[in-house]
Design a protein around this ligand. Structure first.
Ligand SMILES: O=C1C[C@@](O)(C(=O)O)C[C@@H](O)[C@@H]1O
Length: 253
């Protein structure tokens, strides 16, 4: 397994790492949220720039990013602009999306960047390459807020993201039944044999909660947990997540 190591955090090894999202809408909200989240001692922090007012505006975003980086000086920071097509808060054109990610990578303020791999597949590989050249790790992602694709499709999508050259492969799906949850877990287990990169998967909503807890067994390297506010359905509070992961880990060893 190729672990991704950032500021002493080894993604892809041991207990799944806890990532807490920041979802504030205004600068004031975000600063308050960031300080609260810092006290929760997350392994990673995700800034959901699409939740920020005018977050699609590169200048605005990068200014805010600098402030957030200042607060999380030693904690790995993931920059995400989730487009409205994949469940995010605001629309953005493909051109602006690419520019925003490239500009964020060039600041040196972020450790990881989320790239929606299926936004414009003809351009994804090149975008990932250019971001990696700036020295950031790339998390390729794909989200299905209304369904769980077949096991075959989920594995294909994760393998495609691998082929695009991402460092970490992420897939979030919505279950409609217990079978859907099991399908996501099966696809995750199958990926262990098909890639040496860290994989992150989750089945969202209440029906999928188990998938956020069992990453150490299934092979999901990071789990997203709520800080002040969840960024997706089914995220449980970070303190409860930490206790549960520790309890499971203890039971395995
Ligand atoms: O991709 C993901 C996963 C996520 O959607 C979840 O279900 O926990 C939460 C998002 O903030 C993050 O960007």
């Amino acid at each position: 397994m190729k672990t991704v190591e950032i500021k002493g955090i080894k993604i892809g090894e041991g207990i799944p790492k806890i990532c807490i999202p920041l979802t504030g809408k205004t600068k004031e909200e975000l600063i308050k949220e960031a300080e609260t989240v810092k006290n929760m001692k997350p392994d990673l922090v995700e800034w959901r720039a699409d939740c920020y007012e005018e977050g699609e505006n590169s200048e605005n975003s990068l200014e805010m990013l600098k402030t957030i980086r200042g607060i999380f000086d030693t904690i790995p920071l993931l920059f995400t602009f989730r487009t409205d097509k994949e469940g995010g808060d605001r629309p953005i054109t493909c051109v602006d999306y690419v520019n925003l990610l490239e500009n964020a990578a060039k600041t040196g303020f972020v450790d990881l960047i989320d790239v929606e791999a299926f936004c414009d597949t003809a351009k994804t590989k090149k975008l990932i390459e250019s971001l990696k050249e700036c020295g950031v790790f790339v998390v390729a992602s794909n989200h299905h807020f209304h369904r769980t694709p077949s096991i075959e499709e989920m594995v294909n999508r994760l393998e495609t993201m691998d082929g695009f050259g991402a460092d970490i492969l992420k897939l979030a799906v919505m279950p409609k039944s217990e079978e859907d949850l099991m399908s996501l877990l099966t696809a995750t287990v199958m990926m262990k044999k098909r890639t040496d990169k860290p994989v992150i998967t989750m089945s969202m909503g209440k029906a999928g909660v188990l998938s956020r807890l069992c990453g150490e067994t299934a092979g999901s390297a990071v789990t997203f947990a709520a800080g002040m506010k969840a960024s997706a359905p089914g995220q449980i509070p970070a303190d409860r997540m930490r206790r549960t992961l520790a309890l499971l880990h203890e039971s395995f060893t």
